[in-house]
Design a protein around this ligand. Structure first.
Ligand SMILES: [Fe+2]
Ligand SMILES: [Fe+2]
Length: 261
C-alpha cells in the first residue's frame, strides 16, 4: 500500500492547493489513499461541512482534525453522519464523532485512520496512550494498515506516542505545529514516523498567518485578527509505503510548491 498524508490545510490557499492538485498527485504517485488534516481549513480555524464535502469530492479519502475541531460548530453534523472524518480519539466519549474510521477503495486493502492529541502545552484531553490501546483493539479485526495523526505541540510528546505504537501501526505522523521536521524514519519495529509533516498552506507566514499581524500582537499584546497569509503556498505531507502486513517499508517527505488561483 502507498498512501499520502497531508498536514494541516490552512485557509483558502491551503484548500485551493489541495483541491487543485490532489487528483494529479494521486495519479503521478500512484497512491492508494490520501488522508488530510483539515483543522485549519475555515479561514485558518475549523472546518465547514461544505469544505469537507469538497475535499472528499476532490480526492481526499479521509479527514482528521485537532484542537480546532469545534471552531465551526456546523461540523458537528458532519462528524455525526460521515465515516470519512474522525475526532481525536482522546476527546470525550460524549463529543460528536468517531474515534477511528476505515477507507477502502476498489480491491485495495482498507486503511484505518486515527487522530490523537498530545497533552504537553495543549488543553486537557484524556490519556492518549489509553485511548490508543482501546482504538487499536477495535481496529484489529478490520485491517493491519493504520495511520495515526498525532496532533501535538511538543516533539517529545510525539516521539513518546510514536515509540509506544511502534510495531502496532503503519505510521505515526505529526500535525499541529505546521512546520515540517527533518526526522522521517522507520522505527525499529517498522512503524513510519515524522514529528510534523508540515502544513498545506502559505509558508510566507507565521504558521500560516499574516506575519505583520502576528508580530504586532506578539510585541504589543494587543489582540487583532490573524488573517491567513497568501505567499509561497506549499502542499506538505509524508508518503508511506507498507507491506501486506501493514508494516512500513518506506517513508518520504512530500513537499510541492503550487500556484493557486
Ligand atoms: Fe492544532
Ligand atoms: Fe493546525
Amino acid at each position: 500500500m502507498k498512501f499520502l498524508f497531508l498536514g494541516d490545510i490552512v485557509g483558502k490557499p491551503g484548500m485551493s492547493a489541495v483541491l487543485q492538485n490532489t487528483q494529479r498527485i494521486r495519479e503521478e504517485l500512484d497512491l492508494d489513499y490520501v488522508i488530510a488534516n483539515a483543522e485549519n481549513a475555515s479561514d485558518g480555524s475549523g472546518l465547514m461541512p461544505k469544505q469537507f464535502e469538497r475535499l472528499i469530492d476532490g480526492g481526499i479519502d479521509g479527514v482528521t482534525l485537532g484542537d480546532h475541531i469545534f471552531r465551526r460548530k456546523e461540523i458537528i453534523r458532519t462528524l455525526e453522519k460521515s465515516d470519512r472524518i474522525v475526532k481525536p480519539a482522546n476527546y470525550p466519549d460524549e463529543a460528536s464523532g468517531r474515534r477511528w474510521s476505515l477507507v477502502k477503495r476498489g480491491g485495495r486493502r482498507p486503511l484505518a485512520f486515527v487522530s490523537i492529541m498530545g497533552r504537553v502545552f495543549m488543553r486537557p484531553v484524556d490519556c492518549p496512550f489509553k485511548a490508543l490501546d482501546e482504538v487499536l483493539a477495535e481496529i484489529e479485526p478490520h485491517t493491519d494498515h493504520i495511520l495515526v495523526d498525532v496532533h501535538a505541540e511538543a516533539t517529545s510528546d510525539k516521539q513518546c506516542i510514536g515509540r509506544y505504537l511502534d510495531g502496532r501501526v503503519t505510521a505515526v505522523l505529526g500535525t499541529h505545529t505546521h512546520v515540517p521536521t527533518a526526522d522521517t524514519c522507520i522505527l525499529p519495529s517498522r512503524t513510519a514516523f515524522q514529528c510534523d509533516v508540515g502544513m498545506c498552506g502559505p509558508y510566507e507566514s507565521i504558521i500560516g498567518r499574516d506575519i505583520e499581524r502576528v508580530t504586532h500582537t506578539t510585541r504589543t499584546a494587543e489582540p487583532c485578527h490573524f488573517h491567513v497569509a497568501t505567499g509561497d503556498v506549499r502542499l506538505c505531507g509524508a508518503i508511506v509505503e507498507s507491506d501486506a502486513e501493514g508494516r512500513a517499508v518506506k517513508i518520504e517527505r512530500f513537499e510541492q510548491r503550487v500556484i493557486v488561483n
